[in-house]
Write a protein of this length. Sequence first.
Length: 106
Amino acid sequence: MQYRVAYGDGGFSELQSAIRIHGNAVEYIPVALVLLLFMEMNGAETWMVHICGIILIAGRLMHYYGFHHRLFRWRRAGMSATWCALLLMVLANLWYMPWELVFSLY
């Protein structure tokens, strides 16, 4: 414990930044992992799953770098990559979803 703060940020700007970086990752990564899992379960091509995962990881790393070093361009690019990965995963899940099972009457 570098700052000796049990709860909150203790008024330290570096600790506030670290808390926000972690919180932002927690907001996006679980949703993306569930979407990747559904892509795999729906039968999407392996390369599609890998590309979406790579775009997601690259986006999160760019966002971290931009947030940590206060470079807005990197932050914006990271969030754009994250949102593109999420959009691609949603579209792939809609495309590969077994619709005949969803709308069956049995």
